[in-house]
Design a binder for this molecule. Structure first.
Ligand SMILES: Cc1cc2nc3c(=O)[nH]c(=O)nc-3n(C[C@H](O)[C@H](O)[C@H](O)COP(=O)(O)O)c2cc1C
Length: 192
């Protein structure tokens, strides 16, 4: 199963990056298959340092902002226990991983990651449709170059009621910044 979450990775020079990532999870989080696009910061960092920390989260504002590079500042972090890296201070569970195998033959690379340490910071808040809708919208925002404008706008129209009906201010704001980001991509074009 693919679990959407946040991945922290670090460059050889020590620069921290936070990116939404959806690895395939094997077993009960014994190992992960990460598939970072070549050219992304996550990809370069994993090639350089072969370590990362994957986080199961329930808040979606960081996912939304990180997806469109609008993290004004890095979220608070603490030093990881086993790998050279950082753990997000606000997460439910975290998984420190070491990259054991890398296949870069496709645009979307494949990196096998062995979980070497795990921990929990707080319980998962609960399922919420608005939060899931924001995750979907964040994925759309990162795929404006791959999907048609009509597809993206139809998907946003489908997702918007769940945000309006079941979300709080955090989900409303996150959905709005993703919509703005997508609209800005199409400035100058007429609607499909
Ligand atoms: C929920 C979610 C899951 C994502 N999963 C992946 C993934 O598995 N691989 C990938 O390359 N990008 C994925 N993305 C897109 C990246 O997060 C996005 O392209 C990001 O800008 C790349 O970040 P980086 O350059 O900071 O590494 C995902 C985005 C979202 C919102």
């Amino acid at each position: 199963m693919i679990v959407e979450g946040l991945l922290t990775s670090t460059s050889a020079a020590g620069q921290i990056n936070v990116a939404p990532m959806g690895p395939t999870v094997h077993g009960d989080f014994e190992s992960l298959l990460l598939r970072p696009f070549r050219g992304s910061t996550t990809y370069s960092n994993l090639i350089e340092t072969k370590a990362a920390v994957f986080h199961v989260v329930d808040r979606v504002d960081v996912i939304a902002r990180a997806a469109i590079s609008r993290l004004d500042e890095l979220p608070d972090t603490v030093v990881a226990t086993v790998v050279s890296g950082v753990v997000l201070a606000d997460c439910c569970r975290w998984f420190e991983v070491e990259i054991t195998d890398i296949d870069t033959s496709n645009e979307r690379s494949e990196m096998q990651a062995q979980v070497v340490h795990t921990g929990q910071r707080r319980p998962f808040y609960g399922l919420n449709r608005a939060r899931h809708a924001v995750v979907e919208a964040a994925i759309l925002a990162t795929r404006v170059h791959l999907l048609s404008r009509a597809e993206i706008e139809a998907a946003l129209r489908f997702l918007a009621p769940a945000v309006a009906k079941t979300g709080g201010p955090e989900e409303t704001d996150a959905f709005a910044i993703l919509q703005q980001h997508i609209e800005r991509h199409y400035v100058g074009e007429t609607s499909a």
